[in-house]
Design a protein around this ligand. Structure first.
Ligand SMILES: Nc1ncnc2c1ncn2[C@@H]1O[C@H](COP(=O)(O)OP(=O)(O)O)[C@@H](O)[C@H]1O
Ligand SMILES: Cc1ncc(COP(=O)(O)OP(=O)(O)O)c(N)n1
Length: 284
């Protein structure tokens, strides 16, 4: 993405809505999503599903937002401003998952990217256990894309994490996730634990149109611990590129490059896992 893309364009600015949680540390959640939208020249709106007290060493508290407040935020945005694309992140509870699906159906939203956030990198639960099946039955059928990492894919499928130890197992899992109805599945390989993954970070894209075909998105693995926000940034960058009118394959490839640049310039803030630098694409 060139610097020209961050200059507001004449005419209507593309809009993206993020329905996600707040990360006080600024690296993930709503904060990562809005930074990404802005960097990519898309006007970001938000509905905050919950608050987290979070920093580089962990998640110190989670407070789901009242369901009525999430409803009022989404209604306020969609009934007046509208949107070209929607990203969902931390949805906290079965009630918020169901509400989100109901409102996205009501407003016939398109370009819905579901990041099925369940755990933070520090292992804190960001989605209640009984919300997983609601996500599969209510939200995934509406999704143009779902973007699980390996632990999330296993949770959605009822598999063990040890079941995905290779790119071919990732491909099989991605194909299995199509059963829930999303148009595309991007299974991210940041957590892949095999020989090849020491050098490359590989993601797999499969689509309902032709489930027998799969595309690999590969980049050199950056040797860093500072990867807080990689998942949120990937999903929100894809959402922004869809809002800008790209097709899915191009949007995923462009988002992979944007996120890779942001990891390569990550900021080692705090004593633990530092966060991505979303402005890296301006100078790299
Ligand atoms: N160290 C790394 N170097 C390069 N790319 C990475 C690295 N870690 C993760 N990625 C990429 O970042 C994106 C998010 O990855 P992943 O860690 O699997 O998701 P999550 O942040 O949701 O756990 C994927 O495109 C993955 O390939
Ligand atoms: C509020 C909030 N939402 C989502 C996440 C998970 O973000 P992700 O990009 O997957 O990054 P890590 O937590 O894995 O670093 C979060 N932590 N907080």
């Amino acid at each position: 993405m060139s610097a020209a893309a961050v200059i507001p364009r004449a005419g209507r600015v593309p809009i993206a809505l993020t329905i996600a949680g707040s990360d006080s540390g600024g690296g993930a959640g709503i904060q990562a999503d809005l930074k990404t939208f802005q960097e990519l020249g898309v006007f970001g709106t938000s509905a905050i599903t919950g608050l987290t007290a979070q920093n580089s060493v962990g998640v110190h508290g989670i407070w789901p937002a009242p369901v009525s407040s999430v409803e009022a935020q989404i209604e306020a945005v969609l009934s007046d401003i509208g949107t070209d694309a929607v990203k969902t992140g931390m949805l906290c509870s079965v009630e918020i998952v169901k509400l989100t699906a109901r409102l996205l159906r009501k407003y016939r939203s398109s370009h819905i990217v579901v990041d099925p956030v369940t755990l933070s990198k520090h292992g804190s639960a960001l989605l209640e256990g009984d919300a997983v099946s609601a996500m599969c039955t209510e939200l995934l059928p509406l999704a143009e894309l779902v973007t699980p990492n390996i632990p999330e894919a296993c949770l959605l499928l009822g598999w063990q994490e040890s079941d995905i130890r290779s790119v071919s197992a990732m491909t099989e899992a991605a194909r299995s996730l199509l059963q829930y109805g999303p148009r595309h599945v991007l299974l991210k390989g940041g957590h892949l634990d095999d020989q090849a993954a020491n050098e490359t970070a590989i993601d797999v894209l499969v689509s309902q149109e032709d489930p027998s075909r799969h595309l690999l998105f590969s980049a050199p693995r950056i040797a860093t611990v500072h990867t807080h926000g990689t998942g949120c940034t990937t999903a929100s960058a894809i959402t922004a590129f869809l809002a800008l009118g790209m097709q899915m394959e191009e949007a995923v490839g462009s988002a992979k490059r944007f996120t890779h640049q942001a990891i390569s310039s990550a900021v080692p803030l705090g004593a633990g896992i530092g966060s991505l630098w979303h402005a890296a694409h301006r100078t790299l």
